[in-house]
Design a protein around this ligand. Structure first.
Ligand code: HEC
Length: 106
């Protein structure tokens, strides 16, 4: 399922608040200042945004949505070390989508 809140500016404030609270330490304040700890989340849509065909672009964004959701729910581990904690059971899915909508608008 793609982000149901895509292009809904009214959810961005909630997404921004949740982002600042839970994600900004590692992914940068306002999702605009990359820091060493975590990747710049604005880059995730880069490939999709270059697609001209709108149907293909929508499919591409849907794939990135799935990756975003999975990354946040399960967190990130490398060689057994936690690079990002899992948020399953901590953040409701609607909040994760609101964060994604906020980041996409940056
Ligand atoms: C403790 C630091 C930390 C926090 C807090 C954190 N992240 Fe991360 N996140 C990371 C690191 C480090 C990576 C890269 C890990 C890797 O690729 O192995 C990452 C990767 C990601 C990815 C995949 C990005 C990519 O380019 O592949 C997404 C999406 C993501 N984080 C979203 C979030 C969201 C949303 C939040 C807040 C709910 C959050 N993160 C909170 C450290 C963090």
């Amino acid at each position: 399922m793609p982000n149901p809140y895509r292009d809904q500016p009214e959810v961005r404030a909630a997404g921004a608040a949740a982002y600042e609270r839970h994600c900004a330490n590692c992914h940068g304040e306002g999702a605009q200042r990359p820091v060493a700890e975590g990747p710049d989340l604005r880059r995730l849509n880069g490939f999709c945004q270059r697609l001209v065909d709108s149907a293909l672009k929508a499919r591409c964004l849907k794939d990135v949505d799935a990756y975003f959701l999975e990354s946040v729910l399960d967190g990130k581990r490398r060689a057994g070390m936690v690079h990002m904690p899992p948020w399953r059971g901590v953040l409701p899915q609607e909040t994760i989508w609101a964060i994604r909508s906020f980041v996409e608008a940056r």
